[in-house]
Design a protein around this ligand. Structure first.
Ligand code: LHQ
Length: 267
């Protein structure tokens, strides 16, 4: 399956899914979320697919939620838009699918990964990043939000509590080397290297191991470290709903789209 927002390409038993809204830095529209969910569902059902690569077209992995689309959605549905529902039916379903599909899922990061784009990368099994182009920023704090799409779980798991909280609060933009140092990416392709070739080589290596061992190892790690992940995603959605109920979200989004600094009032 390939749609306009997600391209699917098979090379042997490796399936590569490419987020394909490069003119929007692969920011997530509802269509792209739906198409990616569908692509993962097809990959799960296809025994011939033994490793999955997720990457972005152009200069970004993904800039997270498409904030212009979010503003349009708010304007169309007025106050009725539930951020928690948006998460439940979209990003939470997606990251649960990535965690539950019992095949290796590799995020190949060649550009910026921000907001829930970064969350999705963090929910993949492993991350490989290009020293040349990759950068990571949470970005949620800049628009008055809690890291969502599982990021408030994966960040402390991968980077540790203090470093995770630091990145969540500051939204500091870090490069691949720093991300590797913090444990957020597993492998870095050095400057001048070929991310696509390295990703293909690594994915082929994982696709060649016993599919039973691959599946049961992922299940073991999931059960050991994140048995309550689904419940946590639901809690995260409730916290996000609370964050989104105040004025800071629209102030933050307005500031971003208006290219100005946000002014968050004391409360
Ligand atoms: C964008 C975006 C974008 C639209 C860049 N949308 N246009 C959950 C619950 C409820 C609501 C909201 O969302 C969520 C989940 C989330 O993901 S929240 C977090 C959403 N993402 C962000 O806040 C990241 C916003 N983007 C950025 O911080 C920067 O653009 C990054 C760091 C991604 C890239 O920076 P630069 O490389 O300096 O590029 P830029 O800022 O100049 O962006 C290029 C263009 O892309 C620009 O448009 P323009 O018309 O000026 O060329 C941006 O407005 C647009 N863009 N991200 N998410």
């Amino acid at each position: 399956m390939s749609s306009s927002t997600v391209r699917a390409a098979r090379n042997g038993s490796v399936l590569t899914l490419t987020l394909n809204r490069p003119e929007k830095l692969n920011a997530f529209s509802d269509d792209m979320t739906r198409d990616l969910l569908e692509a993962f569902a097809l990959a799960e059902a296809d025994a011939g697919v033994r490793a999955i690569v997720l990457q972005g077209e152009g200069r970004a992995f993904s800039a997270g939620q498409d904030l212009e689309a979010f503003v349009r959605m708010k304007a169309a549905g007025a106050a009725a838009v539930s951020v928690a529902e948006h998460l439940r039916h979209g990003y939470n379903a997606l990251v649960m699918r990535i965690r539950s599909i019992e095949k290796p899922v590799i995020a190949s990061i060649g550009g910026i990964a921000a907001g829930v784009g970064l969350s999705i990368a963090l929910c993949c099994d492993v991350r490989i990043a290009a020293a040349d182009g990759a950068s990571l920023t949470l970005g949620f704090s800049k628009i008055g939000l809690v890291p969502d799409g599982g990021a408030s779980f994966m960040l402390p798991l991968l980077a540790g509590f203090g470093r995770g909280l630091d990145l969540a609060w500051t939204s500091e933009r870090i490069g691949a080397d720093e991300a590797e140092r913090l444990g957020l990416v597993n492998r870095v392709v050095p400057r001048g290297g070929d991310l696509a070739a390295e990703t293909a080589r690594y994915a082929a290596q994982l696709a060649a191991i016993s599919p039973v061992a691959a599946a049961l190892t992922k299940r073991a790690f999931n059960e050991a470290m994140m048995p309550h992940f689904a419940a946590w995603l639901e809690r995260e959605a409730v916290l996000q709903e609370e964050a989104a109920a105040g004025p800071d979200l629209m102030e933050g989004v307005g500031a971003f789209l208006g290219k100005r600094e946000p002014a968050f009032a004391a409360r």
